[in-house]
Design a protein around this ligand. Structure first.
Ligand code: GUN
Length: 290
């Protein structure tokens, strides 16, 4: 069987065309233009590049992005006031605060201040709770994109064993929950830094989602032949031959994994474009509810 490269860019592009059509029709029918506030505190280079990509994607589909760049010294109280203003602003349907925040600001307080009906990242306790009990909510973007990517690649997760590596609130925990939902119906093992003998679990997996934030976490010898690898990692590796001085690498060692896997997402061009697309999707959904 040939190894398949799962093209997140292509699927994201198809979905973005659908979203653009939805945005145009909402404008024509109700005169509403979806608006997303994108808040970045500080100038972490990876975060700058993520929010720039999000803003560009908004423009591509006709969503209005309000870019709010704040200095790293911003007080938590000022950020909370800004969020309260955006909660009350009828032109804004989604609020995104790029994480991580500077350490003097409580992420818990900031995320908790976002109105759940504008929480297009799906990070507030209300939306996380709704997701866990199967109520309608904004699903977190990377986990939602991963499930869509798996489905669109013709991979049926029903009854399969999915091993998730990483227990972050942004990816690991929610993707484990979504894969275990009845609609997806996978049997899920959640591995993390406390897991002993990681390979013992990954070798039993039909699907491995690696979101550990560390390059080389998953190698080919840790896989069962034919397994599906979803690589969520985006790591900058110093590379003087590149214009920017670095190249991107996932958490999986692509070369060795590709020799054993049945399908694998590349980095870049796998999960990343889907994450941004699901943010656009949620913003359109939020505007439709007005
Ligand atoms: N930081 C890393 N991933 C994300 C994301 O999906 N949303 C936000 N707001 N911050 C992030």
């Amino acid at each position: 069987m040939r190894m398949k490269i799962i093209d997140g860019k292509e699927l994201a592009q198809n979905l973005r065309s659908e979203i653009a059509a939805g945005v145009a029709s909402l404008k024509a029918q109700k005169g509403i233009v979806p608006g997303l506030a994108v808040i970045l505190v500080g100038d972490n280079p990876a975060s700058v590049s993520y929010v720039t990509a999000k803003e560009k994607a908004c423009e591509q589909v006709g969503i209005l992005s309000r870019e709010i760049r704040l200095p790293a010294t911003t007080l938590e109280s000022n950020l909370l006031s800004l969020i309260n203003e955006l909660n009350a602003d009828s032109a804004i349907h989604g609020i995104l605060v790029q994480l991580p925040l500077p350490t003097h600001i409580s992420e818990k307080a900031v995320i908790g201040a976002i109105a759940p009906e504008k929480d297009v990242d799906g990070f507030t306790p209300v939306n996380v709770g709704r997701m866990l009990i199967g109520e309608e909510c904004f699903l977190p973007c990377a986990p939602h994109g991963i499930v869509k990517l798996i489905e669109a690649s013709g991979i049926n997760a029903n009854g399969k064993h999915a091993v998730v590596i990483g227990r972050s609130n942004i990816v690991g925990k929610p993707v484990a929950a979504l894969l275990a939902r009845k609609e997806t119906n996978a049997t899920v093992t959640l591995c993390h830094t406390g897991t002993r003998d990681l390979e013992r679990f990954t070798r039993q997996a039909d699907i491995v989602v690696v979101a550990a934030g560390r390059p080389g976490t998953l190698t080919g010898e840790m896989l069962k032949p034919g397994a599906v690898v979803i690589d969520v990692g985006v790591n900058r590796i110093a590379d003087s031959t590149r214009r920017k001085g670095f190249r991107l690498s996932g958490d999986a060692d692509f070369e060795s994994c590709a020799k054993v896997a049945g399908a694998i997402t590349p980095v870049p061009g796998g999960v990343g474009p889907m994450t941004i697309t699901m943010l656009l999707w949620n913003t359109l959904e939020s505007a439709k509810r007005c």
